[in-house]
Design a protein around this ligand. Structure first.
Ligand code: CP
Length: 334
């Protein structure tokens, strides 16, 4: 049976940790370049725009000796239906049942980028499109960001923390930031989950109305309990920064406003100005590094002064997507 990477919970910690170590060794030139994908192709299915994920996966597959096959449903391929039992008399031309089973006759793995639709929370939290790919596939499915998870990003984040701060237990702050519109939760979900899996202490800061998924929080708390680490939830945008080693900023939408962007935008208006990463807040930390998955809105999520400072590691973090994805592809495609 093939192994998928739908979330970081698909692999045990020792395997996640080995991926990070392999990626660090490869980045520093300590391991020899290999071509494990020679003569093989990997499909990269993008329902949404991307810079980092798209470019780094294409380069990773090429540098491993393989051939990336890009598919944009509704653009370069037919529009796709993923729901079971649907009468397809609307504008969707092909069902995932055929799409996946045809595609896997050509390729060794399928990477999928499909964001949250931000219409119905009960639907998005089940990651229906990603899970439909996994249901129909017999080759590995690699999540390139879905409604609920972004495991490649989270592993690049854990790699960056290990590279910059060493392998020990650190205190990580995940802070919500004001943004003009509601965004999906995949990045904060996966960062928080991976932080707990990797044995870090985690502080999650957000204003009222922006709590993460309860089921995800239960998983985070289980990992923290197993590792003897802490998980804190705070709502003060200043003291949240006290004595942390890592500041990870991200904006996301509120569950109760799902499907009503105008209500979310009205609710979050009160938090503009307070929920931005500034030099004053960074000064409260234990000389923390600043992280963001990118793309980032300057002087909205973080000031120019912070993102351009020596403590900002966002460009290395983005580079690490390439290294960690090479390790993931090598592991999953045998
Ligand atoms: N961080 C990230 O996934 O970037 P892209 O959306 O540009 O791929």
């Amino acid at each position: 049976m093939s192994r998928n990477l739908l979330s970081t919970e698909d692999l045990p910690y020792d395997e996640l940790s080995s991926l990070v170590d392999e990626a660090i060794a490869a980045r520093s030139g300590k391991s020899l370049p290999q071509k494990p994908l020679a003569g093989r192709s990997v499909a990269l299915v993008f329902f949404n725009p991307s810079l980092r994920t798209r470019a780094s996966m294409q380069v990773a597959i090429y540098e491993l000796g393989g051939n990336p096959v890009f598919i944009e449903p509704g653009g370069t391929s037919w529009s796709l239906e993923h729901r079971d039992g649907v009468v397809m008399d609307g504008d969707r031309t092909e069902h995932l049942a055929e799409f996946v089973r045809v595609l896997e006759r050509y390729v060794a793995a399928i990477g999928v980028r499909t964001f949250a639709e931000l219409r119905d929370w009960d639907v998005d939290r089940e990651d229906p499109i990603l899970n439909a790919f996994a249901r129909y596939a017999s080759v590995p499915i690699i999540n390139l960001e879905s409604a609920m998870h972004h495991p490649c990003q989270a592993l690049a984040d854990m790699m960056t923390i290990r590279e910059k701060l060493g392998a020990g237990r650190r205190k990580l702050l995940l802070t919500w930031a004001w943004h003009p519109k509601p965004l999906p939760m995949a990045v904060p979900n996966s960062f928080a989950l991976a932080a707990a899996q990797f044995g870090h202490d985690l502080r999650i800061a957000h204003p009222p109305g922006y709590g993460l998924d309860e089921r995800l929080i239960a998983s985070i708390e289980e990992h923290a309990a197993a590792n003897g680490t802490t998980v804190e939830f705070v709502d003060d945008p200043d003291t949240a920064f006290d004595e942390v080693d890592v500041v990870y900023a991200k904006s996301w939408g509120g569950k109760q406003f799902y499907g009503d962007a105008a209500a979310d935008i009205a609710h979050r208006a009160a938090f503009r100005g307070d929920w931005i990463v500034t030099s004053e807040k960074m000064a409260r930390t234990a000389d923390a590094i600043f992280m963001h998955c990118l793309p980032v809105r300057r002087n909205v999520i973080v000031t120019d002064e912070v993102i351009d400072s020596p403590r900002s590691v966002v460009i290395d973090e983005a580079e690490n997507r390439l290294h960690i994805q090479k390790a993931i592809l090598t592991k999953l495609i045998k």
